[in-house]
Every structure is written in C-alpha cells, then in structure tokens.
Design a protein around this ligand. Structure first.
Ligand code: CDP
Ligand code: MG
Length: 153
C-alpha cells in the first residue's frame, strides 16, 4: 500500500471540479485518507514548490497557487503515486492525453487543476507539510474483496 499527496489547485475549486475529479480517484479504487480545505500562504508555497523557487516562472506560480482556496488530500492504494500521476497526465494541459484529468479539463501549462506527488520522498514531505499524522485515517473498505484478488498486494 502506498500513500500520495494531491492538491486541488485554486482553478479546480473555482471551476467547481473538485467533486468530479475526486470521484475519478474514488472510482479507480483509491482510498481517501485525509481531506482539508485551506488557503496556501506564500511561505507554504515556497516550501511546497522548493524545487521551483529559483525558476523564472515561480512568481506567477506563487500568485496562482495563493490566489484562492485549495483542497489538499491524501490517497491510498497500490502504486498510488504512479497511478495518480498517470491519471493527471502531462504538466501542460495542451499536451496531456485525452482521458487524463489535465487532458480532459485543462488548456494551460500553469492552471492544470491538480498536483500529485512525483515520488515516495515527495509524498512523505508533502503529506507532512499539509497534515498532522493523526489527520491521516486508515481503514479497510468492505468492498476491497471485489476490487482485486487477495494475492494482489
Ligand atoms: O505538476 P507537475 O509535476 O506536472 O509539473 P512541474 O514541472 O513540477 O511544475 C509544478 C507546477 O508549476 C505545474 O503543475 C504548473 O502548475 C506550474 N508551472 C508553471 O506555472 N509554469 C511552468 N512553466 C511550468 C510549471
Ligand atoms: Mg512536479
């Protein structure tokens, strides 16, 4: 089992797409183990996007990500980090494949609706940035036995 951090960005909240996109992840079989709505501060943005702070386009990214409320969440499932990244599609919505979240709903390089952790280290770091350990709730859905075979771990 793996956990990944996702963030419904301000464009996603403003366009009222949070429910529809969260439903895609639920439909896929991922467990929602934490959800929180918040407004990202410039300080949190710099921590979240530490790898991009020096980039020429970072200031516009910070303006965008702090420009309205977001919804942070943690999803759990087999290979969750890769599965979610595959479901999100390429960074630029114009290049993202049809059927992916960004391919279906975004026509922008910046306003691409949802962030997903890009690896185990990033997932740990990002979950800790947004959630306290006790805010992550583990549970076993009773439908699991109809979602995959018992030996698929
Ligand atoms: O989110 P992802 O890992 O696919 O892309 P990234 O290259 O790590 O960039 C992080 C985020 O910065 C993107 O999701 C875009 O919202 C934003 N971005 C931007 O505003 N301008 C760019 N030229 C590239 C990315
Ligand atoms: Mg990235």
């Amino acid at each position: 089992m793996q956990r990944t951090f996702i963030l419904f960005k301000p464009d996603c909240v403003q366009r009222r797409l949070v429910g529809r996109i969260l439903a895609r992840f639920e439909d896929k079989g991922l467990n929602v183990v934490a959800v929180k709505m918040l407004r990202i501060t410039p300080e949190l943005s710099k921590q979240h996007y530490a790898e991009h702070v020096q980039k020429a386009w970072y200031p516009t990214l910070e303006g965008f990500i702090t420009g309205g409320p977001v919804v942070a969440a943690v999803l759990e499932g087999l290979e969750a980090i890769r599965v979610v990244r595959d479901m999100l599609g390429a960074t630029n919505g114009l290049n993202a494949a049809p059927g992916t979240v960004r391919g279906d709903y975004s026509s922008s390089r910046q306003m691409n609706l949802v962030h997903g952790s890009d690896g185990p280290e990033a997932a740990q770091r990002e979950m800790a940035l947004y959630f306290k350990p006790e805010e992550l709730l583990a549970y076993e859905p009773t439908i699991t036995k109809w979602m995959r075979a018992a030996d698929e771990q």
